[in-house]
Design a protein. Sequence first.
Lengths: 138, 293
Amino acid sequence: MVDFNNDITVSAPAANLVKVLVLEARYNALLALEDYNNRCSSGVRVSQATVRSRLGTWLLEHLAYLERTRTKQEELEKIEKMKAQLFFNVQELEKSDLLEVFYYLNEVMDKLRITKLDTKIQYDTTNIETDNKVNQYA
Amino acid sequence: MPSYIYPNGFPFSDPLAFNLDGQLSRVDKKKASCILMDGAVGMGKTTFATHLGDFFNCRKGQPLVELKIKDHPQLSLGGKEFTKQFRQCNKLGLPVIIYDEAGDFNRRGSITFFNQTINRLFEVYRGFRMIVIICLPNFAVLDSKLFENQVPRMLIHIADRNMNSGNFSAYSLSGMNWIRYWYEKLPKGAKNKAYSKVQPNFRGHFLNLDKEREVQLDKLSTHGKKEFFKESEKMLEGLVTYGEIAHKLNRSIQWVAQHIKQKNIKHHTTMGRVLMFKKTAIDILIADLKQSR
């Protein structure tokens, strides 16, 4: 999607380009996962290579951000586990492990508002004073 | 056997208690906090307001809201009693006051001295660190200045009740303003539908007071309404007492009593043990005074 041979790409802000690249990686991972699911459901024994490599690419796009912003030990361990599973693990992974990576990265992108579908402010509507503040009543 | 408390320890369901604590924290920061309570006549507004009063009192280490006829500083019926009891509550260090039957503070009387006084009170009362609970059948008739000053923070609309419990919906200030908007837009017969046009922040239930307090509140409420009817009759029929006649004629009460007896002026009615006369009695006595000169 991003054409690095184009002059317009050079003049665009890098943050915007990265977002497009991340979206592209996510889209490719989705297609691979869809194909993998399709073949598995048909009863065909299929290699996980495409899914793992595309998930790996997607994870690499996020890696610097995740390692910079995650402070809890459990989260850092989870990221290390995902890296090990996608890049260094020779054996086939369980489908649940593949999906876990997908869910985690999806949640990260939703929180970053890259893939967030709704624009409404999220707050506890049963808290009347919060509702008043959100509606700009002092 | 009806119960008087829910499992959360209060006579109303969650998350109302959390929101009431939010109002208390506002008041502690010297910000204005006013809770509106509306609903059709007889829906349990005063009962629910008493529950809220008890909650705030307990949070501040005070006893439950007093409901005796001769001593009820926290429950005022009408604007005059409200202004008088406001000072009393502040003196006693009570955290909340209930302004019941608040229909006298409405938009139609916006330029009256009474409305201006109450508006001024609401502009400055935040320094007293008290929560005001206003009970009336329809909050949309309240003076607009109250909403412009962002004094009311929460509306509790009582939808229905039975002998043991009632249902309510709670709205924020934003919700209230939208209800007021729809109240203006809808035709006369459909104004009550304004509440269903706006999504409440939450809904809940509340229980009745225990038997003893229910009887006390009933007596107090009836006494207050009797007083109101007495005042209304007095005003509508133009009735005066001995004292008022004496004040008008600049004479003593004994002089008035003597001359009324001489002129054989009959009293129109009695209110309690007070004789009430029609205003024509004053005209007769004035004519008598002029003649004697």
